[in-house]
Design a binder for this molecule. Structure first.
Ligand code: GLU
Length: 489
């Protein structure tokens, strides 16, 4: 078998979308599985919608996800350049070839004339198909139109190509994911391959690039199926080998509409900013269409690559369950080592003065706070009470502190703890005895602890209380207790 060469060809008109990340992943996995090459091509022919910022975002996001490419704009390769706008001098030769072979023709129709055709089709409730009125213009007619200052666009002659290579107007191909797909090409309409300003259109440039970059398999979203038929005919008209195609189902939001901003983050970089781990994100994205044979969903990309078979990808749409992603993210957070967590949480702690804590205190703080995190960014709120002199006391904590029991607990705690050794180990024992003392008076241990927690952290939930007291130190802990007693009595 010839070398497997696949590509991802994003248009830089936005930040890298999770849907594109999934397409990239499946291409990457397919290449890995088959010892092939994974190519990155930037399709920036639409200059108005392209920006360097988006190109950088595409590079950074793919890299962050670990989807490294073998050939691409930055790393080069044997079939470059890999940025479409740098390939404009390549396309005219192939337009000429199609013109010479009679598979393309010049079209002088003005935008107004085309609009009128579309209007008529819509009035007759018919799908719009170009009338092909320029197909058989004579040389004199063309010369006349040129003399009027009209510049022709070039259209692909679908019927001619179709009839040359297939018996009927039906075009069929065997999709790697969806099985046999077909279309009546008479309904496609002769489409423009090169605009009157010389710019190639997507359907044409993509074929030339895939052909010259020796792409063996095109794996992309099912929204491209109608393009695939057009592209197959161009490959055939140029006498090129037609790659194999595989179309992935769409990714839908939980409400089954198209996934969009109103559902939450959609770009990889947005997920990262929100505190999702790229390892979790890529694992989750793999499950949008692919299922592990052993039912074990938590897997690295390398593990997935071993198990990946393109023909086992589901041909139906997938639902982007944010809840499942959240679950997966919290799972991945728990799999990080404390040293990794210490580093990876730092970007979310910039509002605090980390120098308030020694290295050992910071380490302990991370150890006792990371487990309930869904997102890395949840750490910002989770550790608020470890910083600053005072704490803000929330409503529930305030109510707790107002009880007589709480005030009594705090008073006794202040008195008894005055001569306690203030290490976590020692505090552990002392607090146990302290709870026991109140238990004998009929106060539940958790009620005793609520009073201390409310005073020291301003909340009723949080990390292990003994650890909190140890990290904060005696002075700060007692100061907060004193202030809570004053504030609420
Ligand atoms: N530039 C196209 C897109 O972003 C790529 C299509 C293709 O993979 O052929 O949708």
């Amino acid at each position: 078998m010839a070398e497997v060469r696949v590509r991802i060809a994003p248009s830089p008109s936005g930040n890298l979308h999770v849907g594109t990340a999934r397409t990239a992943l499946f291409n990457y996995l397919f290449a890995k599985k088959n010892n092939g090459k994974f190519v990155l091509r930037i399709e920036d022919t639409d200059a108005d919608r392209t920006s360097q910022e988006y190109i950088d975002n595409i590079f950074d996001s793919l890299k962050a996800l670990g989807l490294n490419w073998d050939e691409g704009p930055d790393v080069g390769g044997p079939y470059g350049p890999y940025t479409q706008s740098q390939r404009f001098d390549i396309y005219p030769k192939y337009v000429q070839e199609l013109l010479d072979k009679g598979f393309a023709y010049e079209c002088f129709c003005t935008p107004e004339e085309l609009e009128a055709e579309k209007q008529l089709a819509s009035e007759n409730k018919k799908p719009y198909v170009y009338s092909r009125k320029c197909e058989n213009l004579t040389e004199e007619e063309k010369a006349k139109l040129r003399a009027e200052g009209r510049k022709p666009a070039i259209r692909f002659n679908i019927a001619k190509a179709q009839r040359a290579f297939h018996k009927t107007s039906m075009l069929t191909f065997d999709d790697l994911v969806k099985g046999e797909l077909h279309v009546d090409t008479d309904l496609l309409g002769d489409f423009v391959i090169m605009k009157s300003n010389g710019a190639p259109t997507y359907n044409f440039a993509v074929v030339i690039d895939d052909m010259l970059m020796k792409i063996s398999h095109v794996i992309r979203g099912e929204d491209h199926i109608s393009n695939t038929f057009k592209q197959i005919l161009i490959f055939e008209a140029l006498g090129a080998e037609v790659p194999k195609f595989g179309h992935l189902g769409m990714i839908l939001a939980p409400d089954r509409s198209k996934l969009s901003k109103r559902h939450g983050a959609t770009a990889v970089s947005e997920f990262v900013e929100k505190g999702y781990l790229t390892d979790a994100l890529i694992n989750f994205v793999a499950l949008l269409g692919w299922s592990p044979s052993d039912g074990q969903e938590i897997k690295t990309v390398d593990e997935i690559a071993k198990d990946f078979r393109i023909n086992e990808i589901s041909s139906s749409n997938s639902i982007f369950e944010y809840d499942k992603l959240n679950w997966m993210n919290s799972h991945y957070i728990k799999m990080l080592s404390i040293d990794e967590l210490k580093e990876r949480l730092k970007p979310y702690l910039t509002k605090y003065d980390l120098t308030e804590l020694s290295v050992a205190q910071y380490t302990r703080m991370v150890e006792v706070t990371y487990e309930p995190l869904t997102l890395l960014s949840d750490i910002t709120d989770a550790v608020a009470y470890f910083f600053g002199e005072d704490v803000e006391i929330d409503e529930k904590a305030k109510e707790t502190l107002e009880t007589e029991t709480s005030q009594d607990v705090l008073k006794t705690f202040t008195e008894q703890s005055a001569n306690w050794e203030w290490t976590e180990e020692a505090l552990h024992e002392k607090l146990e005895a302290f709870r026991g003392y109140y238990k004998e008076k009929g106060i539940k241990p958790k009620v005793t602890m609520w009073a201390i927690r409310a005073a020291v952290t301003g909340r009723l939930c949080g990390a292990d209380m003994t650890a909190i007291l140890a990290i904060l130190g005696k002075e700060k802990s007692l100061k907060r207790i004193k202030s809570a007693m004053k504030q609420t009595v």
